[in-house]
Write a protein that binds this ligand. Structure first.
Ligand code: CIR
Length: 258
């Protein structure tokens, strides 16, 4: 069974953290409708959606990806880089407890899940305003017994590593080479986003399909040429909060893959 943990949009989302974007009004009702469509897409792709209640006092709490890294063997609870987001972790820990043993990232490390790209037994970890080298070091130590390797990847110009690169098919990465150095991903096939669509690198692969934001037609065309099947969604209000499609869920198998 594939589980997807989500959380309703906070009515305070207009007060979200913003790092690289200017603040624009966010239509809360529209954000809710878009988020419901996102949850419906997850369900249509075979996920059992476990929706946590919205947190009125936590503006960014819809972005549950940032609170944990769920691997087959263990789940890592993060220590988000934005102090305002640290209170979001507790309820995600409770939600994950039935599924995985939990390990926490501790100070001085800071880590956002949006900075962690897993490809097989390799975790690439964005070094950003949210995630530091101490987090890379802690992940390396915690995950070595399970056979994972961890590499830090410098990121410039965007919030998270997965704003800059995601895996859209086994061995195929979609990314923005202005924000990362592709040499960190030697051996992968690379699809570069269209230069006019810098934010187009974030797709959420669920089985054979990729949930993908509407509004990036040139990059979507490139993906189609590579045979990547998209499920396009309008997530405009979440994008104004500097989020995209990976950030609104934690997707994993239960029981873990053998
Ligand atoms: C933040 O700055 O933390 C939120 N406004 C956006 C987080 C997006 N998370 C993600 O892409 N993993």
């Amino acid at each position: 069974m594939r589980i997807a943990i989500t959380r309703g949009v906070s009515p305070a989302i207009a007060d979200c953290q913003l790092t690289h974007l200017a603040r624009h009004p966010i239509d809360y009702e529209r954000a809710r409708v878009q988020h419901s469509a996102y949850e419906a897409a997850l369900a249509a792709l075979g996920c059992q959606v476990q929706a946590l209640p919205a947190e009125p006092a936590m503006p960014d709490s819809v972005f549950v990806e940032d609170l944990a890294i769920v691997l087959d063997e263990v789940a890592i609870l993060t220590r988000p880089g934005a102090v305002s987001r640290r209170a979001e972790t507790a309820s995600v820990a409770t939600a994950l407890t039935p599924f995985r043993p939990l390990v926490s990232i501790d100070a001085p490390a800071t880590l956002d899940g949006g900075d962690v790209l897993r490809t097989g037994r390799m975790l690439s970890v964005g070094l950003t305003t949210r995630t530091n080298q101490a987090a890379v070091d802690q992940l390396t130590t915690v995950l070595a017994p399970y056979g994972y390797r961890v590499q830090g990847v410098p990121v410039r110009g965007c919030l998270h590593l997965k704003s800059a690169v995601t895996e859209v098919a086994p061995g195929t990465l979609l990314g923005n080479g202005q924000w990362i150095d592709w040499r960190a991903f030697a051996g992968f096939d690379v699809i570069e986003v269209d230069a006019a669509e810098p934010y187009a690198a974030n797709g959420l692969r669920i089985g054979e399909r990729v949930i993908y934001p509407a509004g990036f037609p040139a990059t979507a065309g490139r993906l189609a040429q590579h045979g990547v099947a998209l499920l396009a969604l309008d997530v405009s209000e979440l994008q104004k909060a500097e989020g995209a499609v990976t950030c609104c869920s934690l997707v994993f198998e239960s029981p873990p893959r053998p």
